[in-house]
Design a binder for this molecule. Sequence first.
Ligand code: CMP
Length: 141
Amino acid sequence: MEEVGRTLMLIKPDGVKRGLIGKIIQRIEQKGLKIIEIKVMSVDERTAGRLYAEHVHKQFFSSLVEYIMSGPVVAMVLEGKNVISVVRDMVGATDPSKAIKGTIRGDFASSLTQNTVHASDSLQSAKREISIFFDESKFIE
Ligand code: CMP
């Protein structure tokens, strides 16, 4: 059975700097996903650390944190059926050189760090990540 759920998507600093907000939102809307919340914001060190907590022991952690803080991002909560797999299919592989054409990273991203978007990898991560950026009790029903 298809379940309606929510996920967090971030348009990372490279996506914002390169003027890709409209193109990415167009793909989301064309796919029939609902945008429940959206904001342009800067990410501080604490927020970056919480978002990437699972990568804290990886050698690329500091560059990941530094990068997400390097410019404005767009944070969004998306809702739809099978939202995790639908959004991750739309986003494409983490490494843009492996992401297929037609995916956001396949079409726009340039490097593993500057990979244009972030999307939660499970409903459990989505719940945790959404709460880092938004107060779910204030969402419009
Ligand atoms: P994101 O979807 O935001 O989630 C974690 C991020 O870590 C990922 O996108 C990549 O930008 C980054 N990442 C994953 N693996 C590596 C790696 N091997 N080297 C550098 N960055 C990585």
